[in-house]
Write a protein that binds this ligand. Sequence first.
Ligand SMILES: Nc1ncnc2c1ncn2[C@@H]1O[C@H](COP(=O)(O)OP(=O)(O)OP(=O)(O)O)[C@@H](O)[C@H]1O
Ligand SMILES: [Mg+2]
Length: 240
Amino acid sequence: MITFNNVSFRYEKEKPVLQDVSFHVAPGSKTGLIGANGAGKSTLLKLLCGLEQGSGEITVGGLAVTPDNLSAVRQKIGFVMQNSDQQMFMPTVYEDMLFAPLNYGISREDADRRINEVLQQLQITELKRRHNHRLSGGEKRMAAIGVILVNNPEVILMDEPTSALDPANRRMIIKTIRELPQTCLITSHDLDMILDTCERAILLHDGRVRAAGPAGEILRDRPLLEACHLELPLSLSGRY
Ligand SMILES: Nc1ncnc2c1ncn2[C@@H]1O[C@H](COP(=O)(O)OP(=O)(O)OP(=O)(O)O)[C@@H](O)[C@H]1O
Ligand SMILES: [Mg+2]
């Protein structure tokens, strides 16, 4: 469903951010993309939805991610961004949730039904009429996840979905992700969440794929994680 083939990218001439990155994500599977701060995780997700362009080949659902295909590619993808302020651009949560469905020609009635379903699923019905710029960080993150779920995209990218969330909302998002039928690529420093939600993991280090495989193996490999400036998930560290 997602393929990267020898993808390289740099923002500035002298400093490569991604080098020769290749991997694939199977349809309906969930993959955790992990790595230290600055490893290139958010950049990789931006390349995948065409917000940045590098060299090499990227495909989503069989479509090449190229400037010609961008609108078709973006219809397939829902992207929960690391900074929710960049994602929410309408005055209220409801208007943000309504924007894409109406754009894609869905009736107001059907869109409203779907919006109410998602608000209930995430238990954030009280946020519906709230102004985006008056939400707390965690409320905004929950609303941003809701906006993406309303569209029911084929592929869901989540950049740090649990950052800023309290324990109950974090649990809610973990449960929601586990129940999603879609292909998901999720970046996080919350390695316990990755372990709970993802069957596969990709570890980025110094702009390269250092390891890719079953999440349960990569996240148990203390020497590998430590070599990439990460630590074992808390639940596996024996510190409980
Ligand atoms: N717009 C930009 N211009 C120049 N450099 C950038 C830009 N955005 C990111 N970078 C640099 O690219 C590298 C990768 O950044 P990226 O945001 O992809 O990392 P990340 O793995 O998502 O990190 P984090 O865990 O902190 O979110 C970093 O060194 C960062 O400073
Ligand atoms: Mg990031």
